[in-house]
Design a binder for this molecule. Structure first.
Ligand SMILES: Nc1ncnc2c1ncn2[C@@H]1O[C@H](COP(=O)(O)OP(=O)(O)OP(=O)(O)O)[C@@H](O)[C@H]1O
Ligand SMILES: CCCCCCCCCCCCC/C=C/[C@@H](O)[C@H](CO)NC(C)=O
Ligand SMILES: [Ca+2]
Length: 542
């Protein structure tokens, strides 16, 4: 029988008051009613096929726990003896597994099995637990958790205590919790403290809070490795520690993009199962210094201004971005810059190629980068100079409630590129039409002649703040004179943090960090593929 050598344990157990054959394989667990054999506990006949069955990959088992159940026979005995409860032998166990409830939301499902005796129950718990502990699954055991009490709707502490802590306890994860007392608390802690005991660092917060972990960890890693990260040509070292986010902010674009939803329980389950995805990181430089690292959106102009304004309305919570977005739209501002970029050499990869980055993305896995090569000896740099309302560099799709399809829907988490989206000078109505499409799930938001997009490995941005000479009427003496008109400067919105430096050089580092998340699943594929990929019974029939 196919895959028989991967069978670790096979017993008839009772599930939902029926005899079920339960089989533990090295990669999954399968249970179901059989079409022949097995009518008594502990005995089964071969060959057998499951009539109806269920299969769960080991990766998706959150925990296995003993279940104290008073069995029917004991109940009867106790009732006749007038005893309320005698000591219960643990001969049942509960599998806590990932359940998909739609819209990328994950929940915990409990599946209970009754064993013939305590010994059999212990054997099952040990066998499953030993698979869960296997290094191949990379499940975290010790986490460092930062909670930002001031992000989003200010519910992060409550979210952690009520929803996350019990799940970590169930999964046997020890978490050291730090509720931050100021901005940069987490960043500074990561730079200075001993992190050797942890498998990962997570936060309950938004994109700004995640940016603190990212910047702290990358700086610490380069520092410990003696790497000079100010030099853009340097090959950076990948951190050992993985990062994770539980949404507790306003936009939560990092978590929405990598889990498909901003739901705290879903994110906790992604962290518990230990699956990781590589994520591209931009390093932002000015002359010979590094300013920051960025993973989602780096924006100048409209979104830089929206961020500055939105900080004044923090009390509004997540709605502040809509309000500030509207206010900035009312006052149209135009910026000018010289932008040079190194475009992706493979023309099949483009912000409008229609691709989507799903879990196990083949595009991300197949793209090759020669990270060691100097970018600046490359003669393929192209330069654009012009006026625009909004300039964005989007390194992951940036899905969020404000933009469910993403700011760049065909961008990938780990392709080693960022997408430049330039909304050039246009009427307010046209800009609104573009924004409307970014917010809605309908048509191609880039299908406008004033929107330019490029998929790039690196770019340089030089704001132009003086506009040559303009003729101007001077009313006091009626003469005309020439004057240099000052253009407006904006600031950068870097993963939701303000960066005031104007001219910058940016380079994408392919899969520099690992994030505890599976990446968004293609839900259409899940429905059709599930049995064929992970169900032993179905594969045995084929
Ligand atoms: N205790 C604290 N007091 C004040 N600010 C803090 C504290 N802890 C963290 N911060 C800062 O709060 C900022 C915003 O936090 P966070 O990103 O969690 O929420 P948000 O801005 O509402 O969400 P999003 O970034 O997703 O829009 C971060 O820049 C972080 O540095
Ligand atoms: C006229 C109304 C316009 C409203 C603008 C809505 C457009 C949606 C675009 C959302 C961008 C999301 C990308 C992620 C950015 C985050 O890093 C950042 C901080 O959390 N959030 C924002 C809104 O800047
Ligand atoms: Ca990317």
């Amino acid at each position: 029988m196919e895959a028989a050598d991967n069978v670790l344990l096979k017993t008839v157990l009772i599930h939902n008051k029926k005899n079920c054959l339960v089989t533990l394989f090295s990669t999954h667990i399968c249970w179901g009613l059989m079409s022949c054999g097995a009518d008594a506990i502990g005995q089964y006949l071969e060959p057998f096929y499951y009539q109806r069955h269920e299969s769960v990959p080991i990766q998706e088992i959150i925990a296995i726990t003993p279940e104290k159940i008073q069995h029917a026979q004991e109940k009867k005995q106790n009732a006749s003896l007038g005893i309320e409860l005698i000591s219960l032998e643990t001969r049942s166990f509960c599998l806590h597994v990932v359940k998909r409830v739609g819209g990328h939301r994950w929940r915990v499902r409990k599946v209970i099995f009754d064993c013939p005796d305590g010994q059999a129950c212990g054997d099952w718990i040990d066998a499953v637990q030993s698979r869960l502990n296997s290094k191949e699954y990379g499940r975290p055991k010790h986490l460092l958790t930062f909670i930002n009490p001031f992000g989003g709707k200010r519910k992060a502490v409550k979210i952690y205590e009520e929803k996350i802590e019990p799940l970590f306890y169930l999964a046997g994860i020890a978490s050291e919790v730090i509720v931050t007392e100021r901005a940069n608390h987490a960043h500074d802690y990561i730079l200075e403290e001993d992190l050797r005991h942890y498998d990962g660092i997570i936060c309950v917060g938004g994109d700004g809070m995640f940016a603190e972990l990212l910047n702290g960890l990358l700086r610490r890693t380069q520092q410990d490795a003696g790497i000079h990260d100010a030099n853009q040509e340097t090959k950076l070292v990948n951190p050992r520690l993985k990062l994770g986010v539980i949404p507790g902010g306003s936009t939560d674009a990092v978590v929405y993009t990598t889990c498909g939803i901003n739901d705290p329980v879903t994110s906790a389950l992604h962290i518990i199962i230990g699956e990781t995805v590589g994520v591209d990181v931009c390093s932002i430089h000015q002359e010979n210094q590094i300013l920051r690292y960025c993973v989602s959106m780096l924006a100048y102009g409209y979104f830089g201004d929206v961020l500055i304004d939105s900080e004044k309305h923090r009390w509004m919570g997540p709605k502040r971005y809509d309000w500030s977005g509207f206010k900035r739209w009312c006052k149209k501002f135009v910026y000018e810059a010289e932008i040079s970029y190194l475009e992706c050499p493979d023309t099949r990869h483009h912000p409008r190629d229609g691709s989507r980055c799903f879990a196990g993305c083949e595009i991300c896995n197949s793209i090759q980068h020669s990270e060691g090569e100097s970018l600046y000896s490359d003669d393929k740099w192209q330069t654009f100079q012009g006026r625009f309302i909004s300039f964005q560099s989007i390194t992951m799709p940036c899905r969020c409630d404000l933009s469910p399809n993403g700011v760049s829907p065909s961008q990938h988490l780990s392709n080693g590129y960022t997408d430049l989206i330039i909304a050039k000078e246009c009427s307010q109505v046209d800009f609104l039409r573009h924004m409307w499409r970014v917010k809605s799930k309908t048509t191609d938001q880039f299908d406008f002649d004033f929107v330019e997009v490029h998929r790039v490995k690196a770019f340089k941005f030089r704001p132009i703040l003086e506009d040559g000479e303009d003729e101007e009427n001077d009313d006091s003496n009626g003469r005309q004179r020439l004057r240099t008109r000052q253009l407006r400067a904006s600031s950068w919105n870097c993963d939701g943090e303000v960066l005031t430096e104007g001219f910058i050089d940016v380079k994408v580092h392919h899969q520099l960090i690992k994030l505890f998340a599976r990446n968004i699943e293609d839900e259409r594929q899940l429905k059709t593929d599930f049995c064929e990929t992970s169900c032993y019974s179905c594969s045995a029939r084929r």
